[in-house]
Design a protein around this ligand. Sequence first.
Ligand SMILES: NC(=O)c1ccc[n+]([C@@H]2O[C@H](COP(=O)([O-])OP(=O)(O)OC[C@H]3O[C@@H](n4cnc5c(N)ncnc54)[C@H](O)[C@@H]3O)[C@@H](O)[C@H]2O)c1
Ligand SMILES: [Fe+2]
Length: 384
Amino acid sequence: MFPIARLRTPIIILGMNTVSLIAEEVRKLGGQNVFIVTDQGVVQAGLLEKILEPLKKEKISYAIFDQVEAEPSIENLLAATQKARTSPVDLFIGLGGGSVMDTTKMVSVLQVHDLDIRELFGVDKVTKPGLPTIMLPTTSGTGSEVTRNAVFTDKRENLKKVVSSQAIVPTVAIVDPMLTVTMPPPITATTGIDAFIHAVESYLAINASPLTDPLAWEATRLIAANLGPAVANGQDLVARYNMSLGSLMAGITLNNAGVGAVHALAYPVGAEYHVPHGIANVVTFIPTMEYISMARIPKFVQLAAAMGEPIAGLAPREVVNRAIGAMRDLIEKVGLPTRLRDIGATADRIPYMAQAAFKEKRLLGNTPRQLTEEDIRKIFEASF
Ligand SMILES: NC(=O)c1ccc[n+]([C@@H]2O[C@H](COP(=O)([O-])OP(=O)(O)OC[C@H]3O[C@@H](n4cnc5c(N)ncnc54)[C@H](O)[C@@H]3O)[C@@H](O)[C@H]2O)c1
Ligand SMILES: [Fe+2]
C-alpha cells in the first residue's frame, strides 16, 4: 500500500550558459588533468571551444578524444579507452549526446579497472566506480547525464547491448540549454522524441513511484509543448530551455522508474536497421501505447491533460484515444517516421525481432501489460 520510494540523481546544475562553470566543477572534484570525450558533430558545432576556454583560463590540462560514433560500437569505445590510457587523467568530461556520454561513462571505468567490456553488459556488473565524470548534454534526448545506463552496438552479434550499473552514474550533470541550440531540426526531433518516450514510458511503468510520477508528467507536458517550437526554430531559447528541462526530468524518471516495452522493441529495430535510437523507438510507439493503454486508463487520462487535450465530460475510453491521438500528432508534426516500413523494414524480419525483443525481460517486466512473444509480434505487425 505504501511502498518505499527512492530517487537517485547525480549533482545537477541546470541553467543558461552554465557551461562556463565547468572549470569550477572540475576543481571541486580535485581534477587537474581532464580527459574530454566528444564527437565530430559537436566539435563542428563549435561547442568544444565553450569548455576549452574556461579550462585554459584555470590552467587545467586536458586531452581529447573527439571520434565517438553515433550509436557507438564496442570497437569505438575501446579506441577511446586506448587514447585515455596514454594520458594522465583524474577526471572525465563528456560533451555530447547520449553516444558521447555513454562512452564517457565506460572509458572512466576502464581507465582504472582492467575489465572486459563484454563482461559488463547486464545489470550491476560494474561493481566499482571509475574516475569522476562531468556530463554536458548537447542533445535534449537520452537523459544519459543522470542515468546508470550505457548503450553500445555489438557489431559481431548485430545487437545493441546495455551496461546498467549504479557505479556508472555520472558525478555531475551540467545541463546548459545553450549547448543544444546548434542541433539541426532532424536531430532535435529524433532526440527529443526519445525524451518524450522516456517520460511517457516511465509514467506508465510498474516501478513508477510518487517521486517519479510528478517529474514524468511534467516532462511529458514540457516536451509535448516545446518539441514542435524547438524543431521549427532552433534559436527559440524558451523551447530549448524547456526541452533541456523536460529531457533531464525524463532522464531522472527513466533512471528511477525505468522504461518499458517501447524500448524493448527498439533494441532489435535499431540493431537491424541501423537507425538512431529515437527513430527505433518512435516507429513502434503508437501501436505499443494502443496495446497497453487498457492497463493504465487513469494514467492515460492524466497524459491527455499533460498534452493539453480538452477532456472535461468525456468518457475515459475517449480520453485515452485523445491522448494517443495527441502523441501521434506530435510525431507527425515534427516529421518523424511513424511506421516500420518508413525505415526500410521488411515484414519477414518481424518474427526474428519479436523473438529478440521478448528477451528484454527487464524492460518487459516493467511494462504495465504483460506481453507474450505473440503480443510483441502483433505490435510489430501493427507498426508495419
Ligand atoms: N544512457 C542512457 O540512459 C541512454 C538512454 C537512451 C539512449 N541512449 C543511447 O544514446 C545514443 C543516442 O544519443 P543521442 O540521441 O543523444 O544522439 P547522439 O549522441 O548519437 O548524437 C546524434 C548526432 O547529433 C550530433 N549532435 C549532438 N549534439 C549536437 C549539437 N548541439 N549540435 C549539432 N549536432 C549535435 C552528434 O554529433 C551526432 O552526429 C544511442 O546509442 C542510444 O542507445 C542512452
Ligand atoms: Fe531512450
